[in-house]
Design a binder for this molecule. Structure first.
Ligand SMILES: Cc1cc2nc3c(=O)[nH]c(=O)nc-3n(C[C@H](O)[C@H](O)[C@H](O)COP(=O)(O)OP(=O)(O)OC[C@H]3O[C@@H](n4cnc5c(N)ncnc54)[C@H](O)[C@@H]3O)c2cc1C
Length: 405
């Protein structure tokens, strides 16, 4: 246990990475002062619930599992909410923060960056281009929820429509959720099928079919070029696709991916690439400054970013031990991701993108309507990843044991 005096351990952010690090550190050290600085209000929510909340008729407020003040009290953390960290000085071990128009310097003993990621925005023309929304935070979901729930009843008896840009994991989850909530859904993507970066083609085809059966209108191999306010018809916007097709919608959701938020780190001269570079102990290129979560690019993951829940839980435990005085190298276990598409549940343990190998379907699942199983085998014959769909998802444990992380 450390001395209670002196500057605190400062954690920047109030997402899963920040709060989990605070919780794990507090378990190991009851006395160390911990200060959490975040530009949002600090309320704790599970971000994965954002893409299945419409179907469950859950309001944004209902997604908050613990209010910020209660989190801070339970964990003995000093919370600086609505406070932007604008710069940091790693030599002087201080942060500059802005709150309510005032700027001040905060000292730290150790610093943890848990600044998350930004949704990528693709350029678009048209007078309604600014109406495109992205959801990577509860506040974003609040805006989308407000837009959809404020729509007047449709004039043509047809459901309100949402145009989803991006047929990856988040786009497909929202498509499934919005359909379940009664919206018509169009999905546009330049790829040839859903989750193209993650799934073997046959598994992607199962998902494409399952969501189409539910009502998704797919637009593959195209992009949205312009978005205009509609002047006629029953919907608010008209999107024009690169093949000339027009798509009418009442809201437009962009889900084309995330980019790690490295702004603070890069400005302070820390080494960054696709994320803030961290070594096996989660330390950045500056001594005493650590990073984890969606903002980090992990040496322990072969130089990957891993924007998922399980990597954060593992990273936060290792980091807390290091912060508490027991240097602990992060070793990631295999961390399959469950894709929340109830039309066809999917579990993916993706191989490292640099791994050479092939996907093959488990022959026992060929032709089964209730789902399939695929393994990714490397050049040495080792299983390095897998995909399970439908009822085969129940074999997650068994397949995880057979897969080298
Ligand atoms: C819709 C959706 C569904 C998902 N579903 C799943 C799923 O099913 N399974 C799964 O494993 N993963 C899922 N994910 C991914 C997972 O939720 C994220 O990996 C995780 O929540 C990221 O947490 P984080 O703390 O790293 O980042 P964030 O939650 O983005 O937190 C970043 C924090 O940093 C603060 N911040 C940033 N810059 C500053 C600054 N300069 N000053 C002060 N504060 C700052 C922000 O306000 C915020 O509080 C999903 C993601 C989304 C968007």
């Amino acid at each position: 246990m450390s001395a209670a005096g002196g500057p605190p351990v400062v954690i920047v952010g109030a997402g899963l990475a920040a709060w989990t690090t605070a919780r794990e550190l507090r378990k190991l050290d009851a006395a160390v002062p911990i200060q959490l600085v975040t530009r949002d209000n600090g309320d704790f929510y599970a971000k994965p619930t954002l893409s299945n909340a419409f179907g469950q008729k859950r309001s944004p407020d209902q997604l908050v599992t613990t209010a910020a003040a209660a989190m801070a009290q339970n964990l003995g953390v000093t919370l600086c909410a609505d406070t932007m960290v604008t710069s940091m000085d790693t030599a002087a071990q201080t942060l500059t923060v802005e709150h309510g128009g005032k700027s001040e310097d905060l000292p730290y003993r150790q610093l943890v960056l848990a600044t998350g990621a930004h949704p990528i925005r693709i350029p678009m023309q048209g007078d309604a281009a600014q109406a495109v929304q992205s959801v990577n935070h509860l506040d974003d979901f609040r805006r989308l929820h407000a837009e959809l729930t404020a729509l007047p009843p449709s004039t043509d008896g047809q459901p309100h429509a949402v145009l989803v840009i991006g047929g990856g994991l988040i786009g497909c989850e929202f498509a499934n959720d919005l359909l379940q909530a009664g919206y018509a859904v169009h999905v546009v993507d330049p790829a040839s099928g859903p989750l193209a970066a993650l799934l073997p083609a046959a598994a992607a085809e199962q998902l494409r079919q399952a969501l189409q059966d539910l009502g998704v209108v797919w637009h593959w191999g195209v992009t949205v070029q312009t978005l205009q306010a509609a002047t006629t018809g029953a919907h608010r916007y008209v999107g024009t696709l690169s093949d000339g097709t027009s798509v009418e919608a009442d809201a437009v959701l962009s889900a084309v991916g995330l980019r790690a938020d490295t702004a603070l780190a890069a400005q302070a001269g820390l080494a960054c690439a696709r994320g803030v570079l961290v070594d096996a102990h989660l330390q950045t290129s500056a001594s005493g400054v650590f990073a984890l979560g969606d903002c980090a690019q992990y040496a322990s993951a072969g130089g990957r970013t891993l924007p998922y829940v399980m990597p954060i839980m593992n990273a936060a435990r290792a980091l807390a031990a290091t912060l508490a005085g027991t240097p602990t190298a992060l070793v990631f276990p295999l961390m399959p991701v469950a894709v929340k598409t109830p039309a066809l549940p999917i579990t993916v343990a993706a191989p490292h993108p640099d791994t050479q190998g092939v996907w093959t379907q488990d022959p026992a699942t060929e032709g089964l309507l209730e789902g399939g199983a695929w393994r990714f085998v490397d050049a040495d014959g080792a299983q390095r990843g897998f995909v399970l769909t439908g009822k085969q998802c129940s074999k997650r444990m068994e397949w995880s044991k057979a897969t080298a992380p």
